[in-house]
Design a protein. Structure first.
Length: 368
């Protein structure tokens, strides 16, 4: 038997109070609204997700950090990340690989540690710089440079070869050993001959060395610019340096190298070389005080007379010995000292004539 919800509600609520009727009506209305949804859920089911396969990786639960307490610094993860630096700034620049000269100049040849390249001021300096402290001889003996020289590797190699091949055998021939090299100057950013505004010197390019001498183990030395040094030793050094270096300047070159020898390996067109070093003769041991006596076989001297164009030949006369001249006796010398020469009277000066004053003429002079 069919009946509507409204009729049933009116039939059930018959005889009840108004308040109870309103309450029952609200409950019935809710039942009527929920009936369609209940019918939908019972007629159709919602699909559920498939179960997780056993071979799937386990899911890690995120770690729960404890809450920050008051007064504590925030965790590192909460701090703002610093900006990443470029790769060029993060890593220091790598030094350049050693040159062929640096690889050849080993500790068995010289004590020459590498130093940073010198750049400036201006065109001064250069690459592949070393500090030449000592040259190692074939017998492992060290010949120091005092003071140590700053120069390029190529110049240090040339100096080491010169000491090892030429100067050490020279000292051996003298019966001693080479002890030390007197370094006068090496790298110096300056003009030629220290003249302001002059062309840059090879010293400014770290390509030169000034040498004063070589000290030997027997206490002596080979002073390259001293005349008292045997000429044979100085000439041997001259031939050696002019063969190995492209520029050699010494005494007699330009006036600036009278007390040292300048050496460099400057490159020029056509492999042009400069070797200017005058090996002066040794000074005489006894300086002559008087001119030497004119020899008898010398030709007679020509003496000029008063008139121009006429000459007179003076015959060489033998010098009279001092003993041939009559010597004064002692009594005569005493008498000459005892009796002074009479003084001659001085002439009296003549009196000067007096000037007369001229009186002015009077107009009444005719009355006299």
């Amino acid at each position: 038997m069919k009946f509507s919800a409204g009729k049933a509600a009116r039939k059930w609520t018959f005889g009840l109070s108004g308040c109870d009727q309103r309450t029952i009506g609200a409950v019935l209305a809710l039942l009527l609204v929920a009936a369609p949804a209940q019918a939908y859920l019972t007629t159709s089911r919602v699909p559920l997700p498939k179960p997780r396969p056993a071979e799937a990786p386990a899911i890690e639960a995120p770690a729960i950090e404890p809450a920050q307490k008051p007064g504590e610094e925030p965790a590192k993860s909460e701090q703002p990340a610093e900006p990443e630096k470029p790769a060029a700034e993060a890593r220091p620049p790598e030094p350049p690989p050693p040159s062929a000269c640096r690889l050849a100049l080993t500790d068995a040849i010289a004590v020459a540690p590498s130093i940073p390249d010198i750049k400036g001021p201006g065109a001064c300096g250069g690459p592949d710089m070393v500090r030449l402290e000592a040259v190692v001889l074939p017998d492992k003996t060290r010949v120091p440079l005092k003071p140590a020289g700053t120069m390029r590797c190529a110049m240090a190699t040339a100096v080491a070869e010169w000491i090892r091949a030429d100067m050490a055998p020279l000292a051996t021939n003298l019966g001693t050993k080479l002890l030390e090299l007197d370094n006068f100057d090496s790298f110096d950013c300056r003009g030629r001959n220290r003249v302001v505004g002059a062309k840059l010197s090879e010293h400014g390019r770290a390509n030169a060395l000034d040498v004063r001498g070589l000290k030997l183990a027997n206490g002596r030395s080979i002073a390259l610019t001293e005349r008292n040094t045997p000429r044979e030793q100085r000439e041997a050094v001259l031939h050696s340096v002019c063969t190995r270096f492209t520029t050699v300047l010494g005494p007699g070159s330009d006036g600036y190298h009278e007390d040292h020898i300048h050496l460099d390996i400057a490159e020029r067109r056509g492999n042009y070389r400069i070797c200017q070093w005058d090996v002066w003769d040794e000074w005489p041991r006894i300086a002559p005080l008087m001119p030497a006596v004119r020899p008898d076989e010398a030709p007679p001297r020509e003496v000029a007379e008063g008139k121009p164009g006429e000459k007179k030949t003076e015959e060489a006369k033998p010098a009279e010995p001092a003993a041939a001249q009559p010597a004064a006796t002692e009594p005569e010398l005493e008498a000459a000292e005892a009796e002074p020469a009479p003084e001659q009277p001085k002439p009296k000066p003549k009196p000067k004539p007096k000037k007369r004053r001229t009186q002015p003429t009077s107009p009444f002079s005719f009355l006299r």
